[in-house]
Design a protein around this ligand. Structure first.
Ligand code: HEM
Length: 238
């Protein structure tokens, strides 16, 4: 491995740890069929990119939640920036899923047995994200808890956030950023179902689920009370 002195700065490859990064893709199929090999390489790269984006999203959402929680030295505008960035990162995740449609189905079928029981269902970062967003069990999730507390610390109810039509109000802007994030989560999960349907049809998942039917039931948009409060304030819905 190349050794680069850290004294006096580093170059592009060193800063990004590229030498190591580009050694981490190991298709299991034979190199003899270069097309299948290239497709499996693409499959691995998309999953690795997704995990990197998930890591960034988890960092950004933790910081956003902390900024809403006293004693915070965080600026609430930074919290909004992070929420918006996470939504864009999730849309990027959805685009990665969309790009994976261009892996040949025939190639996928031929290297899929080599995955064994490996499945996205084992992604610990994804599980953590569902937890933070309140999509696991009956908990609202750390992010929504932090927002609810911020709202009550400022002497407001959730409904006030939308009904006091001061659009510059910081609570209102955080709430809208959270709903934008919620929509991006929904979009990403939907894109995943579309991909699974394209690749698998009726086949079961490698992780043992029924496949597309299971994934459809997992589609959700977090922060449901916020959607409800907004609908009541603006549309008059119940
Ligand atoms: C050919 C592409 C893909 C197919 C056919 C596919 C299919 C599936 C299926 C059937 C499941 C359900 C669990 C199982 O039985 O295995 C699943 C779960 C999952 N997949 Fe994928 N997937 C694909 C690509 C991706 C990509 C690119 C990601 C990005 C990280 C991803 C992340 C996940 C996650 C996080 C779960 C758990 C979902 C949950 O439990 O709600 N998948 N996938």
């Amino acid at each position: 491995m190349r050794t680069v002195s850290r004294v006096g700065g580093s170059d592009y490859a060193d800063y990004l740890n590229l030498e190591l990064l580009l050694q981490l893709q190991h298709p299991r199929c034979s190199r003899i069929d270069r097309w299948v090999h290239g497709d499996e390489h693409f499959f691995i790269v998309v999953h690795q990119c997704s995990e990197l984006m998930l890591r960034q999203i988890l960092i950004d959402l933790k910081d956003a939640g902390d900024a809403m929680t006293p004693p915070s030295d965080g600026d609430l505008r930074w919290c909004i920036d992070n929420l918006k960035r996470s939504a864009e990162s999730l849309r990027l995740l959805g685009s990665l899923m969309s790009a994976l449609h261009f892996m040949r189905v025939k190639s996928f079928a031929s290297f899929r047995p080599l995955l064994g029981k490996a499945s996205g269902a084992q992604s610990s970062q994804f599980r953590e994200l569902r937890l933070v967003l309140g999509l696991s069990g009956n908990r609202d999730g750390a992010l929504f808890d932090a927002f609810r507390k911020l709202v009550s610390d400022r002497g407001c109810e959730l409904g006030d956030v939308f009904s006091q039509l001061d659009v510059d109000h910081v609570l209102h802007r955080i709430a809208e950023a959270m709903l934008n994030l919620s929509e991006a989560v929904w979009q990403c999960l939907t894109e995943h179902v579309r991909l699974a349907a394209w690749m698998l049809g009726d086949a079961a998942g490698t992780g043992g689920s029924s496949g597309v039917g299971y994934l459809e039931k997992r589609i959700a948009a977090p922060f449901e009370p916020l959607w409800r409060a907004r609908s009541v304030a603006h549309v008059g819905g119940a």
